[in-house]
Every structure is written in C-alpha cells, then in structure tokens.
Design a protein around this ligand. Structure first.
Ligand SMILES: Nc1ncnc2c1ncn2[C@@H]1O[C@H](COP(=O)(O)OP(=O)(O)OP(=O)(O)O)[C@@H](O)[C@H]1O
Ligand SMILES: [Mg+2]
Length: 321
C-alpha cells in the first residue's frame, strides 16, 4: 500500500458530512442556544440514534463551533459537553460534569456539595448549553432505583442552572423519559439521527447520496453495475441501516479491497465482500444486500446486524419487513 492509499483513507475518515438529519439536529441545538441568548428561555432537546449514527460526532462538532475562550479574568465555556459514565450514579455523573468544567478535584465532597460546586463553576464559566452524550447510561441503571435518582438529580441540576440541555443517546433513552414524568415534560422535542427518515424512496436516495459524497474523497470511482444507481441506493440502505459509521466502514473496506485487487473502480462485488468483512460475517448470499439473491428486507431479526434494540417500550420508527 502506498502513501496515496493511506491519504485517501485518511481523507475519507476525516470527512465530515452535514447529512440532512445531522444538519437538522445541529441547527436545532444552535437554535436553542440562540433562543437562550436572546430571551433566557431554556429549550431542551433529545437526540436519539442507534450506535454509529453520529451522536458523539455531532456533540463534538457543535462544541467545536463554540469553543472555550481563555480570557485574562476567567475562562468562558459556552457549551459544556459531558459524556454520562457507564455506571451512571449521581456521584459519577456530577464528577464527569465537574471534570469538564475544569474542577481540579471532581471527587471531593458529598453529592450535594459537588452539585452546588458544579452549578457555581458553570455559572462562573458562562456556560450557556449543556450537552449530555450517552444519556442511555442514566436509563441503563433502571433495574434498581438509581435511574430515578439520577433522573431526578438531572432535573434539579437543570432547574438550578436554567440552561438549555441537549441529551444524546441510544433509542432506549426514551424509557428514561417514560419513567420520569418531570424529565419527560422537559424533553418534548425529539429528533432522530438516522440517515433514513421518511419514505422508502427518500431513504434509498439519502443512503446513496451519502455514499457518493463520501466516495468522492477516494481516487477510484464507484460502479453500480449490474444494478442501476437507484437499486444500489436501496441495497446500500439495507446494508448500512442508514448509519453513517457503517457507510464509512463499507466504503473504506471496499476501496482497500479494490486497490488490493488492482481494480479500477469500486464495484458491487467489492461492496458485497466489504459487507461480510466489516458489517456481518454471516451476511452471504440472500443475506448480503449486494448479492443478486438478496431478499430486500431489513436485517433486523434476532442475530442480524441491525437487530432492533430495546427502544423503551415504544415501537421504533422502522418497520419490520
Ligand atoms: N456527519 C458525519 N460525517 C461523516 N462521518 C461521520 C459523521 N458523523 C459520524 N461520522 C462517523 O461515524 C462514526 C461513528 O460516529 P459516532 O461515534 O459519532 O456515532 P455515535 O452515534 O456516537 O455512536 P455510539 O452510539 O456507538 O457512541 C465515526 O467514525 C465518525 O467518523
Ligand atoms: Mg457516541
């Protein structure tokens, strides 16, 4: 593999695309920030997406647009981006908040002392928006009562600060809101980050558009034969479940394979190979979206790569075929 090969892969990895769902979510967070700046009204938002739909990337992209400013008299931190720790106790969550606020001793003090300190520092740093990533970790402790406690704690932190909050998490985060009425009332506005939303036709098109936009970063062209572009779009939709992470993975692997084979384009057989290699080892024949025998159905049954997760009791937006 030569330098140009690695360059192409890196360019692809680094490529950021404001695909429609990503852009809508970004705009809504920004709108909430502007609303708060202009009126002091704190509007909250819940952003749901399966793994690999770009939640963390979105939170990073937004935080980078409103970076920390080091001023002579104090640091300004307009957007506070916190990842809720895996075993989300109140202590662990408030420590994560304190760490992001630059507190030198996040473990010090009782939970209420820590919370009071977090509120004080956040005000001091001029925080205007809270972004909580991995919000499902609050829900994951739901087998015992911790979930309620962490949820209640979050609600009281939000009330104390009066800032707009954006929660980002897996679809099962919804269950947190179902269990906690007070949080539910605060997060009535919800968005999904999946590439495919709306009609089936729009879905095929959006997966293909994304794929072609990303493949533009590569030196080899994409070849849809023996299918047409529309059909390839549909197959891509089933192969990636509309998740940007899978779209990228598929493309990187297909490109590497094409280069290995000294190919002059990224063909359907490379995509079929990439699907088995990076997304689902058992995805062969009728279970491989790029194979001519593919059954054109969502691969979301038990043991399949996009097996539907626990969405918290509500039916997911996706239909089982
Ligand atoms: N807008 C985008 N444009 C291009 N690539 C993206 C975009 N958003 C995410 N990606 C890529 O998709 C991959 C997964 O993204 P990310 O980690 O943000 O997903 P996630 O929803 O946070 O997943 P998880 O739930 O597993 O944490 C990353 O490799 C990232 O580079
Ligand atoms: Mg993430």
């Amino acid at each position: 593999m030569n330098l140009a090969f690695y360059d192409a892969i890196k360019q692809l990895q680094d490529a950021y695309l404001m695909f429609p769902a990503f852009q809508t979510a970004y705009d809504q967070i920004e709108e909430n920030l502007k609303l708060y700046r202009a009126t002091g009204v704190a509007q909250n938002l819940l952003i749901l997406g399966e793994s690999g739909t770009g939640k963390t990337s979105l939170a990073h992209a937004f935080t980078e647009s409103y970076p920390k400013q080091v001023l002579p008299e104090r640091d300004l931190l307009p957007v506070l981006h916190v990842s809720v720790p895996a075993a989300a106790t109140i202590a662990g969550t408030v420590e994560a908040v304190l760490r992001q606020l630059g507190d030198p001793e996040p473990e010090r003090g009782t939970v209420s002392a820590k919370t009071a300190r977090a509120v004080r520092i956040a005000r001091g740093c001029g925080v205007e928006m809270l972004l909580f990533d991995e919000a499902q970790h609050i829900q994951d402790r739901g087998r015992n009562y911790t979930q309620y406690f962490v949820g209640d704690w979050l609600k009281s932190l939000m009330d104390a600060l009066g800032l707009p909050v954006t929660l980002l998490g897996l679809p099962r985060t919804q269950a947190l809101l179902q269990a906690n009425e007070q949080l539910r009332r605060r997060f009535t506005h919800r968005l999904s980050l999946s590439v495919h939303q709306g009609s089936q036709e729009a879905n095929d098109e959006s997966s293909l558009k994304l794929f072609r936009a990303l493949s533009d970063a590569l030196p080899l062209p994409l070849d849809a034969r023996p299918y047409g572009w529309k059909e390839l779009g549909l197959r891509l939709h089933y192969a990636t479940d509309g998740r940007i992470a899978y779209v990228k993975q598929l493309l990187v692997n297909a490109y590497s394979h094409a280069v290995n084979q000294s190919g002059t384009n990224i063909s359907v057989s490379e995509l079929a190979h990439a699907f088995t290699a990076t997304i689902w080892p058992l995805g062969v024949g009728a279970l491989n979206p790029f194979h001519q025998d593919f059954g054109f159905r969502s691969l979301d049954r038990l043991g399949e790569p996009f097996q539907l997760g626990d969405t918290g009791g509500e039916v997911s937006g996706r239909k089982r075929k």
